[in-house]
Design a protein around this ligand. Structure first.
Ligand SMILES: O=C(O)CCC(=O)C(=O)O
Ligand SMILES: [Fe+2]
Length: 425
């Protein structure tokens, strides 16, 4: 990141109009950060700078193409642009390509190549890649070398200004999984400055202090999931214990917390989104821009655990319930108007997977009245249920509710899985 002061807007505009790629890039970035209506202008500026071989502009231009900002989404064009930027040495391009590859739509799900790309990106200073590798190595709590590597990567990302990494380090210290070093105050300052919300305590395993094994970067085993335990056949309900690790739960909460707002529901008669007493929690949607490599990788595991490909998943939703908040009995399948407006070719929300991200002091179970079962929230546990019958028709027996939280907080990640592919990359 450049430490030199940015030129003023007028000078930038003049230089950008004169065709200077760096001015075009900086102006586009400034416009996107300050003016929601300037996306089209920024897109054009990035395109022009990208054509003149400005690497960071190539990455940002491709990002807009990938997410369909100020243009129709074009993942294939994004990939081509990113490969060009990667060849030029853009760390951000390598990280984004690894992200795209996880979808397995426009690129192969080549886990070895993804790992290499993350290493390259992290070496080049990309904080999202550092975080992704830190999460991967941090899963190996009985290998001291892996835990050291994980910590080093998080520290690097925190030094580069990433508040998520700083929060992850602080959570490890908070739960005695790691001793604080001299940078503790810097992490705290970073987290405070970013306004990171507090998350509930989710203690993880304390790393062992034994002999180290050699480090390996093999992402594929990250997809291994616990076996579903069937609770009911009709409606079809199953639970999965330990689908996410405690640190992954923290990760999901930290990534989503800044975006939480009062939840709304679809009016089944009009298809309109409304605030309603039926759902009184706070929610946040992990849109494409938030969905980084670790978030996509853990969704891949969640979907695979119930035999569905990740690409069928709608954007994951984070829910946070305070005492008294609940989600009254409802069904997850979409009314025809809503379905028609949101990728109808993907079909119904055939399956729901809810993963509890923390323990709840009291209350907050997920109730299935037709099955006479209640699933209690437990950190890392998931409950999966079918919303349609075998013929694909909405199944009214899929009725369920999030019971009121009585004490503590309930944080939950919900994945709604369509019958067919929903994602574009
Ligand atoms: O909070 C719960 O336990 C249920 C959540 C739910 O029904 C949903 O997210 O669709
Ligand atoms: Fe639901």
């Amino acid at each position: 990141m450049s430490t030199t002061a940015l030129p003023d807007l007028q000078t930038l505009r003049a230089n950008a109009a004169g065709g200077a790629p760096n001015a075009q890039f900086q102006l586009a970035r400034m416009l996107l950060a300050t003016d929601v209506d300037a996306a089209a202008e920024a897109f054009d500026l990035y395109r022009r700078a990208a054509e003149r071989n400005h690497l960071a502009a190539q990455v940002e231009y491709a990002r807009m193409q990938l997410y369909g900002v100020a243009c129709d989404a074009d993942p294939l064009a994004a990939m081509t642009g990113l490969e060009r930027a990667e060849r030029g040495g853009a760390a951000g391009a390598a990280a984004l390509l690894a992200n795209i590859a996880l979808g397995g739509i426009v690129m192969d799900r080549d886990f070895l190549r993804m790992g290499q790309r993350l290493l390259l990106a992290a070496k080049g200073g990309d904080v999202s890649a550092m975080r992704a590798l830190a999460m991967y190595f941090g899963g190996d709590t009985d290998n001291p070398a892996a835990m050291r590597q994980s910590r080093t990567l998080l520290e690097q990302a925190a030094r580069a200004g990433d508040p998520i990494s700083a929060s992850l380090l602080l959570e490890r210290v908070r739960h005695g999984e790691m001793t604080a070093g001299g940078e503790l105050a810097a992490w705290q300052a970073l987290v405070a400055q970013a306004g990171m919300p507090a998350i509930p305590a989710v203690p993880g395993p304390v790393p062992v202090d034994g002999p180290s094994r050699p480090l390996q970067l093999n992402l594929e085993p990250s997809l291994q999931a616990p076996m579903p335990q069937v609770l009911s056949q009709s409606p079809r309900v199953a639970t999965l214990e330990g689908l996410l690790t405690p640190e992954e739960c923290r990760y999901v909460m930290l990534m989503g917390a800044p975006w939480l707002k009062r939840a709304r529901v679809v009016d089944p008669r009009t298809g309109e989104w409304l605030e309603h007493p039926v759902r009184t929690a706070f929610d946040a949607t992990f849109n494409d821009m938030i969905e980084d490599f670790p978030l996509r990788l853990l969704q891949l595991r969640m979907a695979a655990a119930i035999g569905i490909d990740f690409t069928h998943a709608e954007q994951m939703v984070l829910l946070r319930y305070l005492p008294g908040q609940e989600y009254r009995p409802h069904r997850d399948y979409l009314p025809p108007q809503t379905l028609a407006g949101d990728r109808p070719q993907a079909g119904q929300r055939a399956t729901t997977l809810c993963t509890y991200l923390c323990d709840v002091e009291s209350g907050g179970g997920t109730a299935f009245p037709e099955a006479n079962r209640v699933v209690e929230p437990r950190v890392g546990r998931a409950v999966a249920f079918r919303n349609t019958d075998d013929a694909g028709n909405p199944d009214p027996a899929s009725l369920h509710a999030g019971a009121p939280v009585l004490a503590g907080e309930k944080w939950l990640a919900t994945l709604w899985l369509r019958e067919r592919r929903y994602r574009t990359f």
